[in-house]
Design a protein around this ligand. Sequence first.
Ligand code: ATR
Length: 277
Amino acid sequence: MEKHYAVIGHPIEHSLSPKMHKAGYEALGIVAEYHRFNVEPSHLPGAVEGLCALGFSGWNVTIPHKEHIISLLDTLTPQAKRAGAVNTVKIQEGQRIGHNTDGDGFVRSVEGELNGFKGKKAVLLGAGGASKGIALALAEQGMKVHILNRKPERAEALVQVIQREGGTATAGVLAPGSWLEDVDLLVQTTSVGLHGEAFPFSVQGISDRALVVDIIFNPSETAFLHEAKQLGCRTLNGLDMLLYQGAYAWEFWLGGQAPVEAMRQALKDELLQQMFK
Ligand code: ATR
């Protein structure tokens, strides 16, 4: 029987997930459909009931529903519990299971470049929802995590969450400092750069061993990433994080191995198409 999946969010028009998942079904000859639904916050409970009633096998969840959906689910996986947020739901024997693949997706996107995590230093710029998932996953891999945020109390709060989970973390204000000379992985998780804006400070003086990541993928190179590249750092945008969170969601739903290369190509094609719309 044909399976149905979806992504729900608000707004959702620019989601690349449908093209990525459909390319995956095609590559492996899986009979399934992947839909995209714009769900306003006040309609979230009704939408979840509707998806269940319509026999959907699972769905992805994006902004602004990742936290609010938790109270509408039956159980959470350890990853979802840890992040306090859900990006993937699976319906199994009538049970609504909430999972989170964002953190593990990020880890997989950088592991090839980083050559081991344990004891290495990660600096995260920003302390919002995206930062939280990444910070917890990196701390779980044994990295020392330093979180810098414009409102330092949010960074402090995130440090406490990480420490409660047994990780090593410290907090600071969003500013350059001696951390630049001793960083293995620098991750930009704020929304600064989405519209071409410059980052609030320069990363001049950054260690040349640093891998620098901006989780923004459109534009493909933010001013922040551009500067890091000019300074000789290896750089990565957020497209691989999107790819691997999708691949893990796929595997959570369907088992086996997601056809990552087909999914990556679909993401690139769709991004190009959206650029010329
Ligand atoms: P998300 O879930 O996408 O991370 P969020 O929870 O709203 O979104 O968090 C946005 C992050 O971007 C926060 O760290 C925010 O900093 P504050 O907590 O100090 O608000 C950061 N951010 C957004 N705009 C910023 C700006 N112009 N300069 C610096 N940080 C900014």
